[in-house]
Design a protein around this ligand. Sequence first.
Ligand SMILES: Nc1ncnc2c1ncn2[C@@H]1O[C@H](COP(=O)(O)OP(=O)(O)OP(=O)(O)O)[C@@H](O)[C@H]1O
Ligand SMILES: [Mg+2]
Length: 915
Amino acid sequence: MLLGRDSEMAAVERALADARLGRSAALVIRGEAGIGKTSLLRFAVEGAVEMRVLAARGVQFEADVPFSGLDELLRPTLSLLERLPATHATALRSSLGLGERVETDRLLVGAATLGLISGYAEQAPVLVVVDDAQWLDRASAEALAFAARRLLADPVAVLITVRDGEDSTLIDAGLPELRLSPLDHAAAAALLERAAADTVDPHVAGAILDTAGGNPLALVELAAEAAKLAYAAAGSPLPVATTVERAYLRRAVGLPEGARRALLLMAAAGSADLAAIHRAGDVLGLQAPDVHAAEATTGLVVERGGRLEFVHPLARAAVYHAAPPADRREAHRALAAVATDPDDADRRAWHLAAAATGRDAAAATALEAAGQRARERAAHASAAAAFEEAARLSEPGEARMARLLAAAENAWMAGNGGQAIKLLEAARRLDPGGGLRLDIDDLAGHIALRQGAVREGFRMQVATAQAVQRTDRLKAVRILVDAALATYGAGYPAEILPATEQALELLRPDDPADVAACVHVAYGALAILAGRGSEGPRHLRASVDLFRSISVASWDPLLFACAGTAGNFLREAETGRELLSQALSGAREYAPAAALPTVLFMIGRDAATTERWAEARGYYEEGARLARDTTQFIWLACILTGLAWLDALEGRDEECRSHAAEGRALSERYGMSLHTAWSLTALAELELGLGRPEAAIVHLVGCQALLAEMQVLDPDLAPAPLLVDAYLRVGRVDDARTEARDYQQLAEAKGQPFALARAARVRGLLAVDDEFEAEFEAALRHHDGTPDTFERARTQLCYGERLRRARRRVQARRQLRAALAAFDRLGARPWAARALTELIASGESARVRDDNSRHSLTPQELQVALALAEGRTTREAAAKLYLSPKTIEYHLRNVYDKLEIRSREELASMLRAPG
Ligand SMILES: Nc1ncnc2c1ncn2[C@@H]1O[C@H](COP(=O)(O)OP(=O)(O)OP(=O)(O)O)[C@@H](O)[C@H]1O
Ligand SMILES: [Mg+2]
């Protein structure tokens, strides 16, 4: 029975009850060592009647053995692997060492973990308990965090303990926390009484209660010493040495030498089984009775299912750290010697490392191999640790550098840029020459580009490309393309363009199509931003032809990003758009963690500039979630500003402001000024829609200044068309004219339909009465060549307003009706309201469709609805969105209720763009 934990036990019982009712629950139980976390988990397991339990536990010296935690946790569920989508199953099999080893993606491992847990829960409610998560290997913790965050409507309760002062991915997973504080005085006194063999002298009891400070472990351990303490107490404070760890150590005092070494062997062994301990004991010349004595007489270890476990992690730590270093090394050496099973290769490597003094080539080689295995299983954090340790054990020189570089690569892939940079600096200090030096610089630049020092990273990359171009031309080309595309969000295209020109020069006619395609995209995009007229579109179109000849299976993240960029920059009705959906399905299948946030942003942006706004929101929301999951904050910034812009057009005031604020803050943090500018456009659009041109002007002028400073000359980013409109609305005609003049040139030079349409609209706005008609008609013809329904409707609204003021009511009504219909269909509510007002003023009685339903869906509901509306089954939708089928069904029920529909057909017809 737990004392003094009523509310905590109630919380645990609630979680279990929720799971039984088909609602997922999760709790991260936190508190200091010995406060009662494990005890609370035990209470949960005892209470989990008629539930199935999945359990795992972090072990202090095993944190670097990749997937050891997940392996333990998921073992009972593995028969369900068959039912997972093939890519998920393959990823997990490879990670757990159950199947062919393939390069896997960590999101796929997370998705598979979720699939197994939710599949297991289809037969009975499930309790997942993970104790000591601070020592879980990071790959397991990430997969578990990914799954736990996505459980919603499955009968699963997840309880995780993390000790205070330690780190775990699971702390940052955003799961609800339960904090264990010290026991109150009454509970502490009761525990002391229960734990002591005899009645405790009141003075001693007082002293123990003071010292223990409500920590149950301290109470239990000190109670056992109460008799001895009676002499010391007598009103004075307890000796400082009376800590819990000392209490454990005292139990081992007086052990014979053999038993002492056996105990140390157990502490060093991590989770080795009893047979392995005996074999390692043999190596050390210990006898079976030694092992037995260590176990039996101290009461510090107990045997459970063939494994030896310490009664408490602190007991293990106390024994281990109290031993002389030489003895610890000897224990590890023996454990390594007996870890001959291929499955134990990682453990063996770490034991060898712990046994080493100074440099040790054999241990280093073993760790390097462990790092390689971890890397192939997408356990990048473990791989980084293994390579780093391998480097530490190597002689300075080529091998050590290569290991540091490998450690850095893996740290970066694990999302730990800071560690990666430190490792690269260490590698540089070894002063490598030649190829390795270039690889080190390449990675350093690549990281800098994505960590905020964008322009500086760009310069580093250009230098690296310069150095590598003579020996490896194609590598230089790739570095330049990657650098240019990663940097363009920072603005200053004139500084970046030369790098893409250089890539273009390096290209030869018989180079592979994928390399050529990327070069054309990079050059094309930068040429557009730098205002190089029709140059940009020409190269982008060339890339589109090349992409068609490349099979999707051979695409890598850079190619996915390039394909998306081409589609986005062209903004044409036909060219390049099918590339986006190809890139999306490819990224989903082959490289979700690396490429999905990027591609989702691009396809979201594309959908937002057509009629498919609901889809756009769905893509953005999914992208934002994955970008947060994988800490890709630059893409998160893009997506948030994209969302803000969409919010603005839909008239979602608060959401727009908060998305814009977060997007802008991130853009500024990472130096992505182009997105800062974009967040200002979003705010301006919001004000314009709400009929507040003055407020809009402030944002637009700010945006324009920013773009001018960065010398961004892409007319499609220029706020001029909006500014002209806003100035005219407040009567600042001269300012409007000045704006318009500069803009015309840019638009004509680019020559793309979108730019030409907006330019013609601006001319229409400023034209005198007998000229505006021709301009607006020209604008509408250009609009026909772009898929952007909203901008077309905006032109029609302006046109209609002009016609009405010119008292040409019949024609005015035709334009206004078309504008209203389009705004209405899109869900651009403030704009529909404005079109309606104009239409009524022109003498027509009309109304807007009352379509609040779509707006009331949550982001997650919308994503689910879209996935199903595209014709997927529940399971397919679950696999696509990395959710469980139950969660899909749950959201679908809400969607049906909100939209007042009954079938997926109705859903499809409701969400798909009409016409
Ligand atoms: N509320 C309680 N009532 C009675 N005994 C308790 C209570 N909480 C903990 N204990 C006892 O205290 C000891 C330590 O508890 P426990 O092992 O659960 O701590 P912990 O928080 O898991 O520590 P660690 O961080 O080191 O894993 C155990 O012997 C346990 O039985
Ligand atoms: Mg514990």
